[in-house]
Design a protein around this ligand. Sequence first.
Ligand SMILES: C[S@@+](CC[C@H](N)C(=O)[O-])C[C@H]1O[C@@H](n2cnc3c(N)ncnc32)[C@H](O)[C@@H]1O
Length: 305
Amino acid sequence: MTVQTFDQTKAEAFADRMLDILNSGAIALMTSIGHRTGLFDTLAKLPPSTSQQIADAAGLNERYVREWLGVMVTGRFVEYDPVTGSYSLPPEHAAFLTRAASPNNIAVTAQFIPLLATVEDRVIDCFYKGGGVPYSAYQRFHQVMAEDSGQTVVAALEEYVLPLVPRLTEDLNKGIDVLDVGCGSGHALVEMAKRFPNSRFTGYDISQEAIATAQSEISHQGLTNIQFQVKDAAKLDEVEQYDLICTFDAVHDQAKPDVVLRGIYQALRPDGTYLMQDIRASSNVHGNLDHPSAPLLYTFLACTA
Ligand SMILES: C[S@@+](CC[C@H](N)C(=O)[O-])C[C@H]1O[C@@H](n2cnc3c(N)ncnc32)[C@H](O)[C@@H]1O
C-alpha cells in the first residue's frame, strides 16, 4: 500500500498560484477592454493625468475609466501618484499595449480571453457529446484573428516569411498563381496582391463572414489580381493549378489535416511550393511543458472541431 503524504508547502504555493491566476484572468479581461476602448493609446499620449482627464481624452465615462484604472494600477500596468491623483502608463509598458507598438501589442492577443468565454456553454456541451464549436459561434473571432495575424503574419511577410523560400520574391514579381487556404479575412493575401501586381491570388476559407470581409477589402482597395471564395479546405478539387500555396496558422485547425495536405499537394504544379506557417509545438503534452504559451494554445478548442 502506498501512503500519500500531503506537502503543506506545495499546497500553499499552489493556492498562491490560483489567486494569481484569478487576478491575471481579471487583468486579461481589462486589457482587452483597454485595447478596444483605446484607453492604452490615450494614456500613452497623455502626461500624468486624472481619471477625469483620461476619460475626457478617450471620450469615455469617468466612473468606468476610474474602475478600469483601479485594475490597471493594482495590476502594476499603470502608475498612480496619490498626491496629485494622476495616472501614467510607463513607456516600457506602452511598448506592449498600444497600437503604436504593433507588432508587439500583446493587448491585441488579450482579446482572445473574453472571446473564448463567449462559447463556454457550447464547449461544455462538447465535453459531454463530442463534436466541435464552429468559428461562427465565437463572437468577433475573425476580427480579432485578423488583428492578431496582422501582427504575427502580415507584418513579417515581406521581411521574414517570403524570403524563407529561395527565389520566391523574384517569381512573385514575374507573375505566378498563388492560393491561400484558410485565408480568414484575407489580409496576408491582399498585402501580397498589392505588393506583386503581376501575380494572381486566390483565397479560400470555410467562413462566409471572413470571406465577405476579404471581398469588401478587395473592392475597397480596387485590386483586380485577387479573388476570395468560401471553400472547405478538405474538399480541394483542383489539379496542378498553383505555383505557390500558403497556409497561415490554418493547418493545426483542421479536423482532417491529412486530407487537406493531400489536396494542397494535388493542387500544386510539379515544381510548385507549399509554404506553411503554423504553431511550433509538440503533439505530446510533455513536449509542451516549456512552451511559453501552451495553456493559451490548448484553450483554443475551436481547433478541435
Ligand atoms: C487561425 S485562423 C487563421 C486565418 C488566417 N490565415 C490568418 O492568419 O489570419 C484559421 C482559419 O482557417 C479557417 N478554416 C478552418 N477550417 C477550415 C476548412 N476546413 N476549410 C477552409 N478554411 C478553414 C477558419 O475559418 C479560419 O479563418
